[in-house]
Design a protein around this ligand. Sequence first.
Ligand SMILES: *[C@@H]1O[C@H](CO)[C@@H](O)[C@H](O)[C@H]1NC(C)=O
Ligand SMILES: *[C@@H]1O[C@H](CO)[C@@H](O)[C@H](O)[C@H]1NC(C)=O
Ligand SMILES: *[C@@H]1O[C@H](CO)[C@@H](O)[C@H](O)[C@H]1NC(C)=O
Length: 558
Amino acid sequence: MTATLQLALVLLAMGFSQGKQHNYLDQVDQLDAEAEIELSAGPSKFGSLWPLPQKVEISGVSFKLAGVSFKITDAKQSSAGQSCSLLQDAYRRYYDYLFAGAKRQEPGKGRQRLGGPAGLSELQVLITSPDSGCDGYPSVKSDESYELKVDQPYAVLKAPTVWGALHGLETFSQLVYEDEYGAKSINSTTISDFPRFAHRGILLDSSRHFLPIKVILANLETMAMNKFNVFHWHIVDDQSFPYMSRTFPQLSQQGAYHPYTHVYTPADVKMVIEFGRLRGIRVVPEFDTPGHTQSWGKGQPDLLTPCYSGSKPSGSFGPVNPILNTTYEFMTWFFKEISTVFPDAYVHLGGDEVDFSCWKSNPDIQKFMAEQGFGQDYSKLESFYIQKLLDIVATTQKGYMIWQEVFDNGVKLKPNTLIHVWKGNEQQYQSEMANVTASGFQTLLSTPWYLNRISYGQDWQGHYRADPQDFKGTEAQKKLVIGGEACLWGEYVDATNLTPRLWPRASAVAERLWSAKDVTDVNDAYNRLSVHRCRMVERGIPAQPLFSSYCPHEYKGI
Ligand SMILES: *[C@@H]1O[C@H](CO)[C@@H](O)[C@H](O)[C@H]1NC(C)=O
Ligand SMILES: *[C@@H]1O[C@H](CO)[C@@H](O)[C@H](O)[C@H]1NC(C)=O
Ligand SMILES: *[C@@H]1O[C@H](CO)[C@@H](O)[C@H](O)[C@H]1NC(C)=O
């Protein structure tokens, strides 16, 4: 999906269409100053926790962490012990986050304050459910809750499954701070936490620009720091087809920007999925059809509809050709492969922005429309295609997510279909959320979180204020909202600017989707988020600043 419609609306609102760019730019500072709340900087009573846990009590009693002897270990009664490599891996990761910086400091500084009788020596991790989840994949039903008690002589992190434990480790690491001498400290704390929404996603687009694996992994890492749990991989689109298919190798051979350097091999895809799993992140791929498929046509002859100019083919192609049996044979084999490559229970099937003009120009399509009794209603033809596609995907035992147009066009959907809302202004998307849930479908929201749309100033505040349950509807309807996704479409984004553009702006969405509904204090959010942003920077993530300020450990470059 392009953001074309949204962009047009924004440009219109800005007066671009009337050639008012310069006026707009002159007004920018003033407008932003009005739109934003005046923030007063200062420490939050919740320290730098982000997203804010459901229940937190931080006392004024602080301990030092016992430096190099500090350990993260399995509690004796834990159902996931030494054999759980996912946890062992996470312990190492968080130990490094906590102490890698300290080890680089000059020796002696703050030394005498480390350890000693008053030090915290250990974090014990206790998995309580017999099925820890260690060897499986996270799902929309995973229990992500955890409880954390920091006290002497050791801290205890208790969680039913490893997915909650991963979040608890992140929270523990966020409680640790440096005292005035640079010594690692933590306060006596009790936390009980769980997410408000089960689906908290980030969409990255690897078709408009190819995204090197390294960038994708760095962002999975950052997602874990923000308790996001779904990577929506918009892997192919009109512009390029970097997914290397075993069944149809021609798709990337012909459709990628480059057949060797700009593709995701089966090993790359596996790596992304496993890297995500180790951080409690699901990978949901999107293969958007019947529109947004120009790149598919290069390696798969006859897949796309030939457009006509008068009575002759014009040489250009439109959406997937819905009237050929070969189309559905192709889709059957293709999605059979996808269902085995991607372990998640869901695949995103797109279905947005289908342009009917090419279909209208093609005499074979016109004939088919007449035979089917569709009249001139091309959304019926779209429905015909989508319905057949959904049947095909249903045989692979996958559930599906689709963009809202498929629902809007009245396509018959399986009851467990997730409708992804992305269009319109606030009033329109809230009306859409109401309509989708009134029809009994689960839904997730992205409209207010198109982070590819940038503006001067602290636009994270707008992202922070949007709430996916703010629409007119019953409690039962509100329960059908499973979460949302921040989207970073790739027209103007590649490896050079992706990470700073996404973070910490996406962090605002992370807190909205994790924390309680009444966590809405922008001032408190600012104070926690600025420290959280510096923490991401200290961990090597080039997250951009919120406003004039500094970090104790500035970004050192790559
Ligand atoms: C942690 O304890 C220190 C020292 O008692 C205190 O100054 C600080 O405010 C506490 N932090 C939080 C977040 O309560
Ligand atoms: C397409 O499949 C349908 C149903 O199996 C069949 O009736 C029809 O003849 C096929 N069309 C072509 C062109 O093969
Ligand atoms: C929701 O449904 C109502 C009633 O059918 C309709 O008027 C409205 O346009 C729909 N909202 C959207 C965003 O399509």
